[in-house]
Design a protein around this ligand. Sequence first.
Ligand code: GLP
Length: 240
Amino acid sequence: MDIRIFKNSYELSCAAADLIAEAIKRKNAVLGLATGASPKETYDRLIEKYNKGEISFKNVTTFNLDEYCAIPRTDKHSYFTYMCESLFNHVDIKEENIHVPDGNPENTEEYCASYDEAIKNAGGIDIQLLGIGRNGHIGFNEPSDSFTKGTYKVKLSDSTVEANKIYFSSNDKMPEYAITMGVESILNAKEIILIAQGKAKAEAVNNMINGEISPSCPASILRKHNAVHIFLDGEAASLL
Ligand code: GLP
Protein backbone atom coordinates (compact mmCIF):
# COMPACT_ATOMS: atom_id res chain seq x y z
CA MET A 1 0.00 0.00 0.00
CA ASP A 2 1.21 3.46 -0.89
CA ILE A 3 0.21 5.38 2.28
CA ARG A 4 0.76 9.14 2.15
CA ILE A 5 -0.04 11.71 4.81
CA PHE A 6 -0.60 15.27 3.56
CA LYS A 7 -0.25 18.63 5.29
CA ASN A 8 -3.64 19.84 4.08
CA SER A 9 -6.58 18.92 1.90
CA TYR A 10 -5.34 21.07 -0.98
CA GLU A 11 -2.11 19.08 -1.32
CA LEU A 12 -4.00 15.83 -0.91
CA SER A 13 -6.49 16.72 -3.64
CA CYS A 14 -3.66 17.82 -5.98
CA ALA A 15 -1.93 14.44 -5.58
CA ALA A 16 -5.16 12.51 -6.15
CA ALA A 17 -6.07 14.61 -9.21
CA ASP A 18 -2.52 14.12 -10.61
CA LEU A 19 -2.91 10.33 -10.49
CA ILE A 20 -6.31 10.49 -12.19
CA ALA A 21 -5.03 12.96 -14.80
CA GLU A 22 -2.13 10.61 -15.60
CA ALA A 23 -4.60 7.80 -16.25
CA ILE A 24 -6.67 10.09 -18.48
CA LYS A 25 -3.60 11.13 -20.49
CA ARG A 26 -2.38 7.53 -20.87
CA LYS A 27 -5.50 6.15 -22.56
CA ASN A 28 -9.27 6.41 -22.95
CA ALA A 29 -9.58 5.96 -19.22
CA VAL A 30 -12.40 4.28 -17.34
CA LEU A 31 -12.78 6.00 -13.98
CA GLY A 32 -14.55 4.61 -10.91
CA LEU A 33 -15.96 7.59 -9.02
CA ALA A 34 -17.13 8.23 -5.48
CA THR A 35 -19.32 10.81 -3.81
CA GLY A 36 -19.29 12.42 -0.36
CA ALA A 37 -17.01 15.05 1.12
CA SER A 38 -13.75 13.13 0.59
CA PRO A 39 -13.42 13.32 -3.23
CA LYS A 40 -15.02 16.78 -3.62
CA GLU A 41 -11.76 18.78 -3.77
CA THR A 42 -10.18 16.23 -6.09
CA TYR A 43 -13.01 16.97 -8.54
CA ASP A 44 -12.27 20.70 -8.14
CA ARG A 45 -8.62 20.06 -9.07
CA LEU A 46 -9.67 17.97 -12.09
CA ILE A 47 -11.96 20.79 -13.27
CA GLU A 48 -9.00 23.19 -12.93
CA LYS A 49 -6.83 20.88 -15.03
CA TYR A 50 -9.61 20.67 -17.64
CA ASN A 51 -9.96 24.48 -17.71
CA LYS A 52 -6.21 24.83 -18.23
CA GLY A 53 -6.43 22.42 -21.18
CA GLU A 54 -4.26 19.80 -19.45
CA ILE A 55 -6.90 17.06 -19.70
CA SER A 56 -10.08 16.33 -21.63
CA PHE A 57 -12.91 14.00 -20.61
CA LYS A 58 -14.01 13.50 -24.23
CA ASN A 59 -12.88 9.89 -24.24
CA VAL A 60 -13.34 9.20 -20.53
CA THR A 61 -15.95 6.75 -19.26
CA THR A 62 -17.11 6.85 -15.64
CA PHE A 63 -18.84 4.41 -13.31
CA ASN A 64 -20.03 5.63 -9.94
CA LEU A 65 -19.89 3.40 -6.90
CA ASP A 66 -23.36 3.85 -5.53
CA GLU A 67 -26.73 5.59 -5.47
CA TYR A 68 -29.56 5.92 -2.97
CA CYS A 69 -32.81 4.05 -3.54
CA ALA A 70 -36.25 5.62 -3.18
CA ILE A 71 -35.32 9.08 -4.48
CA PRO A 72 -35.32 10.07 -8.17
CA ARG A 73 -31.94 10.76 -9.74
CA THR A 74 -32.99 14.39 -10.23
CA ASP A 75 -33.42 14.78 -6.45
CA LYS A 76 -30.99 17.25 -4.92
CA HIS A 77 -29.72 14.51 -2.58
CA SER A 78 -29.03 11.92 -5.26
CA TYR A 79 -25.46 10.96 -6.04
CA PHE A 80 -26.26 11.60 -9.71
CA THR A 81 -26.99 15.25 -8.85
CA TYR A 82 -23.84 15.41 -6.71
CA MET A 83 -21.74 14.17 -9.64
CA CYS A 84 -23.31 16.60 -12.13
CA GLU A 85 -22.72 19.52 -9.80
CA SER A 86 -19.26 18.45 -8.64
CA LEU A 87 -17.76 17.33 -11.95
CA PHE A 88 -19.83 16.36 -14.99
CA ASN A 89 -21.43 19.79 -15.64
CA HIS A 90 -17.99 21.42 -15.70
CA VAL A 91 -16.10 19.20 -18.15
CA ASP A 92 -16.52 17.83 -21.68
CA ILE A 93 -17.59 14.31 -20.70
CA LYS A 94 -20.13 12.71 -23.06
CA GLU A 95 -23.46 11.97 -21.42
CA GLU A 96 -23.48 8.43 -22.78
CA ASN A 97 -20.16 7.72 -21.04
CA ILE A 98 -21.53 8.57 -17.59
CA HIS A 99 -22.79 5.69 -15.44
CA VAL A 100 -24.30 6.26 -12.01
CA PRO A 101 -26.32 3.32 -10.66
CA ASP A 102 -30.09 3.64 -11.03
CA GLY A 103 -31.40 3.74 -7.47
CA ASN A 104 -34.85 2.59 -8.54
CA PRO A 105 -34.47 -0.18 -11.11
CA GLU A 106 -37.50 -2.20 -12.19
CA ASN A 107 -35.74 -5.51 -11.74
CA THR A 108 -32.96 -5.02 -9.20
CA GLU A 109 -31.10 -8.26 -9.85
CA GLU A 110 -31.08 -7.87 -13.62
CA TYR A 111 -30.12 -4.22 -13.36
CA CYS A 112 -27.21 -4.90 -10.99
CA ALA A 113 -25.87 -7.65 -13.26
CA SER A 114 -26.10 -5.26 -16.23
CA TYR A 115 -24.11 -2.60 -14.33
CA ASP A 116 -21.28 -5.10 -13.73
CA GLU A 117 -21.50 -6.18 -17.36
CA ALA A 118 -21.22 -2.56 -18.54
CA ILE A 119 -18.03 -2.11 -16.48
CA LYS A 120 -16.61 -5.28 -18.03
CA ASN A 121 -17.58 -4.22 -21.54
CA ALA A 122 -15.85 -0.87 -21.03
CA GLY A 123 -12.63 -2.79 -20.34
CA GLY A 124 -12.75 -2.60 -16.52
CA ILE A 125 -12.01 0.33 -14.25
CA ASP A 126 -8.52 1.82 -14.66
CA ILE A 127 -8.57 3.91 -11.52
CA GLN A 128 -11.11 3.79 -8.71
CA LEU A 129 -11.58 6.70 -6.32
CA LEU A 130 -12.86 5.77 -2.83
CA GLY A 131 -13.78 7.36 0.46
CA ILE A 132 -14.21 5.33 3.63
CA GLY A 133 -17.15 5.25 6.02
CA ARG A 134 -16.66 5.70 9.76
CA ASN A 135 -17.46 2.01 10.08
CA GLY A 136 -14.91 1.04 7.41
CA HIS A 137 -17.39 0.80 4.53
CA ILE A 138 -16.32 1.35 0.93
CA GLY A 139 -19.01 2.34 -1.55
CA PHE A 140 -22.00 1.27 0.53
CA ASN A 141 -20.50 -2.10 1.43
CA GLU A 142 -21.30 -2.17 5.11
CA PRO A 143 -19.57 -4.34 7.73
CA SER A 144 -20.98 -7.86 7.49
CA ASP A 145 -20.07 -11.58 7.64
CA SER A 146 -18.67 -11.88 4.15
CA PHE A 147 -17.14 -9.73 1.43
CA THR A 148 -19.66 -8.84 -1.27
CA LYS A 149 -19.16 -9.56 -4.95
CA GLY A 150 -20.90 -7.60 -7.72
CA THR A 151 -23.38 -4.71 -7.68
CA TYR A 152 -26.36 -5.25 -5.35
CA LYS A 153 -29.02 -3.54 -3.24
CA VAL A 154 -27.95 -2.96 0.36
CA LYS A 155 -29.69 -1.92 3.55
CA LEU A 156 -27.69 0.93 5.05
CA SER A 157 -26.34 0.46 8.57
CA ASP A 158 -27.43 2.66 11.46
CA SER A 159 -23.94 4.18 11.55
CA THR A 160 -24.16 5.19 7.86
CA VAL A 161 -27.67 6.61 8.24
CA GLU A 162 -26.40 8.58 11.25
CA ALA A 163 -23.36 9.90 9.32
CA ASN A 164 -25.23 10.82 6.14
CA LYS A 165 -28.49 12.16 7.49
CA ILE A 166 -26.89 15.56 8.10
CA TYR A 167 -27.22 16.07 4.33
CA PHE A 168 -31.00 15.61 4.54
CA SER A 169 -33.32 18.14 6.16
CA SER A 170 -35.89 16.84 8.63
CA ASN A 171 -38.54 16.97 5.88
CA ASP A 172 -36.50 14.81 3.50
CA LYS A 173 -36.21 11.30 4.81
CA MET A 174 -32.78 9.71 4.48
CA PRO A 175 -33.09 6.58 2.27
CA GLU A 176 -32.55 3.25 4.02
CA TYR A 177 -31.37 1.36 0.95
CA ALA A 178 -28.86 1.93 -1.81
CA ILE A 179 -27.48 0.24 -4.93
CA THR A 180 -23.73 -0.22 -4.62
CA MET A 181 -20.88 -1.84 -6.48
CA GLY A 182 -19.71 -4.85 -4.47
CA VAL A 183 -16.29 -5.30 -2.90
CA GLU A 184 -15.21 -7.66 -5.66
CA SER A 185 -16.16 -5.10 -8.34
CA ILE A 186 -14.06 -2.51 -6.49
CA LEU A 187 -11.06 -4.86 -6.21
CA ASN A 188 -11.22 -5.51 -9.96
CA ALA A 189 -10.09 -1.92 -10.59
CA LYS A 190 -6.49 -1.78 -11.83
CA GLU A 191 -5.55 1.04 -9.44
CA ILE A 192 -7.33 2.44 -6.37
CA ILE A 193 -7.06 5.75 -4.49
CA LEU A 194 -8.75 5.95 -1.08
CA ILE A 195 -9.06 9.38 0.51
CA ALA A 196 -9.74 9.87 4.23
CA GLN A 197 -9.69 13.12 6.16
CA GLY A 198 -10.65 14.13 9.67
CA LYS A 199 -10.70 12.57 13.14
CA ALA A 200 -13.99 10.75 12.52
CA LYS A 201 -12.17 8.48 10.05
CA ALA A 202 -9.10 7.70 12.23
CA GLU A 203 -10.44 4.46 13.72
CA ALA A 204 -11.67 3.11 10.38
CA VAL A 205 -8.32 4.00 8.77
CA ASN A 206 -6.40 2.24 11.53
CA ASN A 207 -8.61 -0.87 11.24
CA MET A 208 -8.17 -0.87 7.48
CA ILE A 209 -4.37 -0.72 7.69
CA ASN A 210 -3.51 -2.50 10.93
CA GLY A 211 -6.55 -4.60 11.80
CA GLU A 212 -7.48 -8.07 10.65
CA ILE A 213 -8.52 -8.41 6.99
CA SER A 214 -12.18 -9.03 7.67
CA PRO A 215 -15.62 -8.15 6.27
CA SER A 216 -16.28 -6.46 9.61
CA CYS A 217 -14.06 -3.70 8.13
CA PRO A 218 -14.75 -3.92 4.38
CA ALA A 219 -11.90 -1.51 3.51
CA SER A 220 -9.35 -3.94 5.05
CA ILE A 221 -9.59 -6.11 1.91
CA LEU A 222 -7.80 -3.34 -0.01
CA ARG A 223 -4.56 -4.70 1.50
CA LYS A 224 -4.90 -7.63 -0.94
CA HIS A 225 -4.84 -5.28 -3.95
CA ASN A 226 -1.46 -4.59 -5.52
CA ALA A 227 -1.96 -0.93 -6.54
CA VAL A 228 -3.67 0.97 -3.72
CA HIS A 229 -2.89 4.55 -2.70
CA ILE A 230 -4.17 5.66 0.69
CA PHE A 231 -4.20 9.47 0.94
CA LEU A 232 -4.73 10.80 4.46
CA ASP A 233 -4.58 14.01 6.42
CA GLY A 234 -2.91 14.09 9.84
CA GLU A 235 -6.17 13.57 11.72
CA ALA A 236 -7.26 10.54 9.72
CA ALA A 237 -3.76 9.09 10.22
CA SER A 238 -3.61 9.93 13.93
CA LEU A 239 -4.11 6.36 15.20
CA LEU A 240 -1.63 4.68 12.86
C1 GLP B 1 -20.82 7.51 1.85
C2 GLP B 1 -20.60 6.90 0.46
C3 GLP B 1 -19.21 6.39 0.31
C4 GLP B 1 -18.29 7.42 0.90
C5 GLP B 1 -18.43 7.43 2.40
C6 GLP B 1 -17.68 8.54 3.09
O1 GLP B 1 -21.89 7.00 2.51
N1 GLP B 1 -21.50 5.88 0.07
O2 GLP B 1 -18.93 6.12 -1.05
O3 GLP B 1 -16.96 7.13 0.59
O4 GLP B 1 -19.77 7.39 2.78
O5 GLP B 1 -18.28 9.77 2.86
P1 GLP B 1 -17.57 11.16 3.17
O6 GLP B 1 -16.46 11.27 2.21
O7 GLP B 1 -18.63 12.19 2.96
O8 GLP B 1 -17.10 11.08 4.58
